[in-house]
Design a binder for this molecule. Structure first.
Ligand SMILES: C[S@@+](CC[C@H](N)C(=O)[O-])C[C@H]1O[C@@H](n2cnc3c(N)ncnc32)[C@H](O)[C@@H]1O
Length: 276
């Protein structure tokens, strides 16, 4: 039955407009990499770890089609509410949202064919427990497909931050900033974690995205930088001189942008695929 032929859209309906924006542009860089590589097999049962407000959960559910089913897990309940509303608005019926930690999934052993996560792995408090749980729910031959930003991301910002720390003689903050940088994923560390959980690496793909800003003042005030990056930078540089350090970093980024014509932040990204 060609039910789609009867579908009507009212672009003036506020409920339609409210769900028109699907995901932050930041998520789209890695998301495009995931969607370029992830295997799309009809009739599969998939799981999105850290699905947030519904990405890639809802995109994947639609690309796989009604014969497939996609579970999304995330402890962020307000984001799941939004994913639920989008699923309703877009009439995507083949999804189930699971509020909670991916380290403890209410799913049977060997029940999932495809496990994805877009920008999830840098956010997991216990990645070892999550990968072990993924292995438990994976059917033999199931595919794990992860995309993440890597260590080395925004190196232009960190080079300037280290110069500001040296100039302020804030040597005690250098190891703290270094530790913050080293917490981010690397391909060898992620591959080792997947293999330790019982998956076999099958392939990787890498690319570098660029976030461009007119200068450092614009970058530091962008809503997504303030949401996703500034809190960790504030923690790393916390202390009585934090405000002066940030002023110096902003001035240095602006000087760099004046010289280079703009501020470009490199974002190395990776797609990792493994098999159970
Ligand atoms: C950077 S966001 C990515 C969200 C979404 N996948 C996207 O591409 O926009 C990381 C997500 O991981 C979720 N998360 C953090 N710890 C988690 C855990 N233990 N289990 C499942 N999700 C988790 C966060 O709540 C957040 O929604």
């Amino acid at each position: 039955m060609s039910d789609y032929l009867n579908h009507q859209v009212n672009i003036h309906d506020p409920a339609f407009v409210a769900h028109y924006d699907e995901l932050p542009l930041w998520s789209a860089y890695a998301g495009a990499l995931l969607l370029r590589h992830v295997p799309l097999r009809r009739g599969c049962v998939a799981l999105d770890i850290g699905c947030g407000a519904g990405f890639p959960l809802l995109e994947l559910a639609q690309r796989l089609g009604a014969g497939s089913h996609v579970y999304g897990v995330d402890p962020w309940e307000a984001a799941l509410d939004r994913a639920r509303a989008k699923a309703r608005q877009w009439q995507v019926a083949n999804v189930t949202l699971i509020p909670g930690d991916a380290a403890s999934l209410p799913l049977p052993n060997e029940s999932i064919d495809l496990i994805v996560s877009n920008l999830g792995v840098n956010n997991l408090a216990d990645g070892v427990a999550v990968f072990a749980e993924c292995r438990r729910v994976a059917r033999p031959g199931a595919v794990v497909a992860l995309t993440t930003n890597l260590q080395g991301h925004m190196q232009e910002f960190y080079t300037v931050a280290f110069a500001a720390l040296e100039s302020a003689r804030a040597d005690h903050l250098i190891p703290r900033l270094q530790r913050h940088i080293e917490q981010r994923a690397t391909i060898p560390a992620l591959a080792a974690a997947l293999e330790a959980a019982g998956f076999q690496m099958t392939r990787t793909a890498e690319e570098t995205a660029e976030l461009r800003f007119a200068d450092g003042s614009a970058m530091l005030r962008h809503w997504f930088i303030k949401l996703a990056f500034l809190p960790a930078w504030r923690d790393a540089l916390a202390g009585p001189d934090m405000a002066a350090l940030f002023s110096d970093i902003e001035a240095r980024l602006n000087a760099h942008a004046r010289h280079a014509g703009e501020l470009r932040l490199s974002i190395p990204l990776a797609y990792l695929e493994a098999r159970a």
